[in-house]
Design a protein around this ligand. Structure first.
Ligand SMILES: Nc1nc2c(c(=O)[nH]1)N[C@H]1C(S)=C(S)[C@@H](COP(=O)(O)OP(=O)(O)OC[C@H]3O[C@@H](n4cnc5c(=O)[nH]c(N)nc54)[C@H](O)[C@@H]3O)O[C@H]1N2
Ligand SMILES: Nc1nc2c(c(=O)[nH]1)N[C@H]1C(S)=C(S)[C@@H](COP(=O)(O)OP(=O)(O)OC[C@H]3O[C@@H](n4cnc5c(=O)[nH]c(N)nc54)[C@H](O)[C@@H]3O)O[C@H]1N2
Ligand code: SF4
Ligand SMILES: [Mo]
Length: 750
């Protein structure tokens, strides 16, 4: 008999509640959970294919261990013995920085990824940390760190209450949103327009989101920081700034005004390829709207001025009085947020506390740029040891980072590599040990990361929809054992990792005067924790000490894991509320509107006004039925428009003699790829677009369906040299490329 089970969808940032149909141990269907407090029944084609993603026959079931050069199936015990034997000698001989850690995107979609990597990193103290953040949102972290003193304090647009949304370099109709968790983002945008609000989209492509907008600005890629600076300048020139209630908590407004004065609409118009009058109109509309929000994503981050653009987004929100007010951009409050610190000056945000060995790139948020991973492995310097061993959790940098071919070789040269990954793919094929997590149906779920980015405060938890298959190990246990193996405690009980974290957290909480458990006995509190597993007890702890928590009895009607389990569709915690100045951690205790590192980067932006634009630049795109590099193996999600084609404008196609459907050779600084042309006026002239996450034709991967239509790796066009200097974020958009038609009759790899 089929039964149903609830599960929060982990396949994108929208975190929709799903109702799964389960037959035996197989998920045979998925629909939107209409009673979910947040998603209210919304589901997208990806979520509807949850069963196919979950049940992909190519998912690894047992660990793989390398023996005589080849990977063979192994027991968990053999696998962890090999991990300990591979990692410890490297750390002991060469020190902690010779052990690199690479964390990929799905870590923010699993409980294991939230709970254990921080423990691993704290224990290892390696400076060689690389994550997907530096091919994604690191500029936003740096901007928030500098503005608010907290790299994780990211304001989100108040989608459901705003009157005006300026949406830049994001395509939520396909991506379902990012750094703005909103199930049914499309429906929320339609509702904005239906209530008389305005939507402006800035994107070099006429995306599905752009089609929904009142106005679409097809900006020249890479120039958003100029546009945003000009908008700020118009606000100043025309005396349209009004900081509202935030005014007493903001410093440097006057300094900002002079720093931006020369970025007038007339000065930036040619570089952005936008009309100066239109820029003025946009600024006036932003100022006039009762409540407005500026929101920007991938297209504004993965560019040469990513940090400046991210900063200017919030500058505009501040100058128009929209930061921290309903209908503007607000800071969510997750149920597991740490207890508040006293209002007032904090420690601020430091950048560049250490540097990479080879290119001397500054650390940001404890991370080195993913673009520097290959060189940190393959290049010797006299400034310390190269990375000789790697722990890779849920990451596929061979496809997601610049110059995969070089990284491929670098990974091959490592002394030891372990991958925690469900697939044998382009990256994990280099591992000496592959530790496969169970499919999502067999894992518990809570969104530690995305609840702090959600457009409504709410909390939900799903237990595994299907019991753990015999022979499987929970990903939480895999990572706990990995912590032990990497830190010289191989063989200890993995539950000890959770117990240690609980002890430390409670030990700190009872000493904290503002904590609801101040002065209590940590042992007595630990004994009160409920939950079936270590991870559940840790969730209980975080909920009870969190802003809505029961404080271990101090607020008897507050949140606990037990109460959450009584609400399988989640608990709504209300609309976003103003939170400043409480969460500021800057040295001044204020919003620091013109931080030093930003001011120091403005001359580079000024230079961009004089740069001659390249004739042809590359941008990316996402497909609704895909996710980065790892969903091309699911037949239900491939085909149709989800193809690795090179989109180009008819004018460019005519000029270059390229016909629709014909193979085109694309050349960039890092290499060449050949893909079929898709001639479409959806991209503006001078811009071509290739999606990322393709190129599944390397030997040794076990992705049988993806291999039938492998596509090409767009990131091979990059050599990794182009970075946003403050954040170390890779420049993936607005990159110069050259095109050449492949002559008729030539066979190609496309
Ligand atoms: N050119 C270009 N490149 C880009 C981008 C772009 O827009 N353009 N986007 C960038 C962005 S935003 C990101 S986030 C990165 C993503 O970069 P990555 O994080 O490196 O790539 P993903 O494709 O998300 O794959 C992550 C890996 O996690 C594995 N995985 C899936 N589910 C699980 C799980 O439950 N547990 C574990 N342990 N592993 C799992 C997959 O098999 C895959 O190997 O790519 C970036 N690269
Ligand atoms: N279906 C699906 N959903 C996903 C993913 C996926 O792969 N597929 N990936 C997930 C991940 S990891 C992330 S980070 C999010 C990303 O979510 P989004 O930020 O919404 O990502 P994209 O769809 O890549 O949209 C970026 C847009 O920026 C535009 N762009 C490129 N360069 C520029 C520029 O210089 N200026 C401006 N203004 N625009 C530019 C591109 O044309 C593109 O339309 O999506 C997540 N959700
Ligand atoms: S929008 Fe995202 S979270 Fe919602 S069903 Fe689709 S993939 Fe899952
Ligand atoms: Mo991402």
């Amino acid at each position: 008999m089929p039964r149903t089970a609830l599960r929060i969808c982990p396949l994108c940032e929208a975190t929709c509640g799903l109702t799964l149909t389960v037959e035996g141990t197989r998920v045979t269907g998925a629909r939107g959970d209409r009673e979910d407090v947040f998603s209210k029944g919304f589901i997208c084609p990806k979520g509807a294919s949850f069963g196919a993603v979950d049940g992909d026959p190519d998912r690894l079931r047992v660990p793989l261990v390398r023996e005589d050069g080849a990977l063979r199936e192994a027991t968990w015990e053999e696998a962890f013995d090999a991990v300990a034997a591979g990692l410890r000698p490297v750390v002991e001989r060469y020190g902690p920085h010779a052990l690199g850690v690479v964390l990929g995107n799905p870590n923010v979609h699993t409980m294991a990824g939230a709970l254990y990597p921080p423990v691993l990193l704290a224990a290892l103290r390696t400076r060689s940390l690389f994550t997907a953040s530096t091919v994604d949102q690191m500029p936003k972290h740096v901007s928030s760190g500098l503005l608010f003193g907290d790299a994780n304090a990211i304001p989100v647009p108040d989608l459901d209450r705003t009157d005006h949304l300026l949406l830049i370099g994001a395509n939520p109709l396909d991506s379902n949103g990012s750094l703005c968790t909103a199930p049914d983002f499309p429906g929320r945008l339609k509702a904005l327009r239906a209530r008389g609000g305005r939507l402006t989209v800035v994107d070099p492509r006429r995306t599905r989101t752009a089609k929904l907008a009142d106005r679409h600005l097809a900006i020249r890629p890479g120039t958003d920081a100029l546009l945003l600076a000009a908008l700020a300048t118009v606000l100043f020139e025309e005396e349209l700034t009004d900081l509202g209630a935030l005014a007493p908590h903001v410093q440097d407004v006057g300094e900002l005004r002079s720093a931006l004065a020369d970025f007038t609409p007339e000065a930036v118009a040619a570089a952005c390829d936008l009309d100066a009058d239109l820029i003025r109109t946009l600024a006036r509309e932003l100022a006039a709207a009762p409540a407005a929000a500026v929101y920007a994503r991938i297209g504004s981050c993965t560019v040469p001025h990513g940090t400046l653009a991210s900063w200017l987004v919030d500058v505009l929100n501040v100058l128009t009085g929209n930061l921290d007010r309903p209908g503007g951009a607000l800071f969510p409050q997750a149920a597991t947020e740490r207890s508040p610190r006293p209002v007032g000056p904090g420690h601020g945000f430091a950048l560049g506390r250490w540097h990479s060995r080879v290119r001397h790139l500054p650390e940001a948020k404890g991370e080195l740029p993913l673009s520097a991973l290959a060189e940190e492995i393959d290049t010797a310097t006299d400034e310390g040891e190269p990375v000789r061993a790697l722990v890779v959790v849920a990451a596929n940098p061979v496809l997601s980072a610049p110059d995969g071919d070089r990284l491929d070789k670098a990974l091959h040269s490592l002394d030891f590599m372990v991958s925690v990954d469900p697939y044998l793919n382009e990256t994990s094929r280099h591992a000496d040990v592959v530790l496969p997590p169970p499919p999502p149906s067999q894992s518990p779920h809570h969104d530690f990361a995305f609840n702090a980015l959600a457009v409504r405060n709410q909390v939900r938890y799903s237990r595994p929809a299907v019991p753990l298959e015999v022979g499987r190990m929970a990903e939480t246990e895999i990572l706990a054992r990995l912590v032990l193996a990497a830190t010289g405690m191989h063989g200890a009980d993995p539950a000890a990792v959770d117990a240690m974290v609980v002890d430390q957290a409670l030990g700190k909480a009872v000493q904290e005067p503002r904590s609801p458990v101040h002065g209590r006995d940590p042992g007595e509190l630990a004994a009160q924790l409920t939950g079936e597993s270590g991870p559940e007890r840790r969730l209980d702890l975080m909920l009870r000490l969190g802003p809505y928590g029961d404080g271990f009895g101090a607020r008897p009607d507050g949140l606990t894991l037990a109460r959450l389990l009584d609400h399988p569709h989640g608990i709504d915690l209300g609309p976003l509320r103003p939170r400043l100045p409480q969460l500021l951690k800057t040295v001044s205790g204020k919003v620091e509107l013109l931080p030093g590192p930003i001011a120091g980067d403005l001359p580079r932006l000024r230079e961009a006004l004089r740069e001659r634009p390249a004739a042809l630049v590359l941008v990316g795109r996402r497909h609704l039925r895909s996710n980065n590099s790892w969903m091309h193996n699911v037949p239900a999600l491939t085909g149709g428009s989800n193809r690795c084609t090179l989109q180009l404008n008819p004018r460019d196609a005519a000029r270059l003699g390229i016909a629709d459907g014909r193979p085109v050779r694309v050349k960039g600084a890092g290499g060449e790829v050949t893909a079929p042309a898709e001639v479409t006026d959806a991209v503006r002239p001078g811009v071509v677009s290739l999606p990322h996450g393709w190129g599944h034709d390397r030997p040794g991967v076990r992705l049988s369906h993806a291999g039938t239509d492998p596509g090409v790796n767009v990131n091979q066009l990059l050599d990794g040299s182009l970075l946003d200097p403050l954040s170390g974020n890779a420049v993936l958009n607005g990159v110069p490329v050259e095109l050449a038609p492949v002559p008729e009759g030539l066979t190609t790899s496309a």
